[in-house]
Design a protein around this ligand. Sequence first.
Ligand code: AMP
Ligand code: MG
Length: 407
Amino acid sequence: MSGLRTVEEQLEAVLAQVRALPAEVRPLAEATGFTLAAAARALNPVPAFDNSAMDGFAVRFADVATASVTSPVTLRVIADVPAGSGADPRLEPGTAARIMTGAPVPTDADTVVPFEDTAGGLADSLETAVVMQAPRAEGAHVRAAGFDAAAGATVLEPGVLLGARQLSALASVGLAAVEVARRPRVAVVSTGSELVAPGEPLSRGRIPESNGILLAGLAVEAGAEILFREVVDDEGNGPAEAAARAAALGADAVIFSGGVSAGAYEAVRQSLGDAMDFVKVAMQPGKPQGFGVTAEGMLLFGLPGNPVSAAVSFEAFVRPALLRMQGRTGIHRPIRTFPAGAAWRTPPGRRQYLPAVIDADGRVQPATRGGSGSHLSVGLGAATAYAIVPAETDEVSIGDSVLVMEL
Ligand code: AMP
Ligand code: MG
């Protein structure tokens, strides 16, 4: 099938219009799901100071280097250093300080002997320490200051998605706030005179509207904030009016679904024909695509209305654009190869995106018996991945290597 754009060509056309979002400073606790906009550097080293890795005694290694069960070394305990203590007791040769995990190792000590390696352990630990085993080396059980990160070191690079692990790393280096890209502001507009709100009774010809919740949810998962979500019917100028409202609210993108193909009532096409390009992309589902950008830089996505088409089109074009806006490193989901656990036919000349699951044997399977029908919205609920089959391939046989985008 010639005359169709490739997915890559369409994505390139989209990404060419993406502008970087401005940065903002947010407290760590309000930065989950944001993308780091500038390198984050350590204010304090980690560990912040030499501290004990064990409960035991801070000692001078030379004092205990020869200790053994047959020839134990007795040290006089002259101080107690719990975690949080700012004390730095002087240790003469032959003395030790009791020390707890995380407490600062006295300057005069270089090694920690855990309670386990002493005769008395915790009992009597404020009088003497009878060391029954020599530490393996000087510095044993001491966590050295700056071992994980030196002060000033780059902890995370710009473009990183901030989740719990990243934010805790930033907290540990003494940061209270971070510079992030602000969230993309997105409006989601579903088109179709057949659509009723989910849960409303269905009269003949009408169906529940499901793309709104789908596309808004996917956008939120990609870091966006939803300005509004609405449904417009196929008559009139609803899409253009919605776009104008989105622009007035400062939207970065509007995601339309439905009304972009070649039927008689194609609301997006008719209403926004001047603002968007409508093209055919060599993919299945998702062949008809609309895309445009306003003078202010607001992106207009016109995705086809079938639920699987809308979901796949979002993955192919919208998600990469939303991530690029945020400056995210790696705007594509990882693709891995799995053996096919079933055989299926694929459309000639178009790249197939098939809702799929990975079975217990590590093989990729269509998510439903129904296969690749783009209207199979329930199968979407089962899918944890898309199997991606190249345009040149017409069928997949059991055992074939299949590219899989895990969601
Ligand atoms: P369209 O792209 O407008 O021709 O729609 C293609 C198919 O998707 C039709 O069967 C529509 O009823 C269905 N559809 C369109 N929009 C939605 C939506 N928001 N929710 C559920 N189904 C939809
Ligand atoms: Mg329609």
